[in-house]
Design a protein around this ligand. Structure first.
Ligand code: HEM
Length: 239
């Protein structure tokens, strides 16, 4: 059975992607401005989100939908743990807590895991395809802005087992297109992916106050005044 889920997801989340690129934290990032504390907090929230998501996906690895996108080489939890040790030291587990937006995100993943595991696909797509795309760019920015060497403090973006990102993304899209689904399910998965974008935006929106504090209101205003056109707006679907 074949569907157009990869294309539906890309087109159906295009606006959300543009919106996500236009949150202040991301705009500063794209201009090479990364505030260390805010970045560490961002990664700490992702630590909680990925821990939940990867537990859920692993638990449902035999599920007819989830098994198709079950790729353990994507798992980020152990990489994020390394980053946490880098920023917070050995006692990091006692020092980090999920922010309100991260708690909402985690609760949603847990709810889906219990009641509608197929929709976890929308979350897997939104995070991992993003990490393998724009995420790779963001790693380079963070590394240079924070003067880090190699992947120290940016292990999160290090997909050691995926050397050819483009080939892997093609494989992932093929897996999406092989998901047994119907029109209603496609709509629900796309809606869930849009919700995942929204939750991710909320996580970075929470960090804006600390950015303004670190950079000063005027600099922050200058960095965030222009609008990004959106990386998935213009390119071909299988670029
Ligand atoms: C400033 C931040 C960002 C930049 C510069 C960026 C850049 C890009 C680029 C260039 C692509 C196209 C890659 C390709 O076609 O292979 C892409 C795809 C993607 N990005 Fe982002 N992105 C950013 C933020 C985000 C965020 C916050 C998310 C969600 C949490 C996200 C999720 C995705 C997804 C799911 C795709 C795959 C689209 C598809 O082909 O179906 N991105 N991004």
């Amino acid at each position: 059975m074949s569907n157009n889920l990869a294309m539906e997801l890309r087109l159906g989340t295009r606006q959300a992607h543009t919106d996500a690129e236009n949150v202040g934290f991301m705009k500063c990032f794209l201009k090479g401005v990364v505030v260390k504390d805010a970045f560490a907090k961002f990664l700490s929230n992702l630590y909680f989100v990925y821990s939940e998501l990867e537990t859920a996906i692993q638990q449902h690895q035999q599920h007819p939908v989830i098994k198709l996108i079950y790729f353990p080489e994507l798992n980020r939890q152990s990489y994020l743990a390394k980053d946490m040790a880098f920023y917070y030291g050995e006692t990091w587990p006692q020092q980090i807590i999920p922010s309100p937006a991260a708690q909402t995100y985690i609760a949603r993943i847990r709810q889906l895991s219990e009641h509608e595991p197929a929709l976890l696909l929308g979350h897997s797509y939104t995070r991992y395809m993003g990490d393998l795309s724009g995420g790779q760019m963001l790693q380079k920015v963070a590394q240079s802005a924070l003067k880090l060497s190699g992947y120290e403090g940016t292990s999160f973006y290090n997909f050691e087992q995926i050397t050819d990102k483009k080939a892997f993304k093609d494989k992932y899209r093929q897996a999406l297109d092989a998901v047994p689904t119907d029109e209603i399910m496609v709509k629900k998965i796309v809606a869930e992916a849009n919700y995942a974008f929204k939750l991710n935006m909320q996580i970075v929106q929470e960090l804006e106050a600390s950015l303004i504090l670190a950079l000063g209101a005027e600099t922050y205003q200058q960095l965030t005044v222009s609008k990004n056109p959106g990386s998935t707006e213009v390119r071909a679907v299988h670029s």
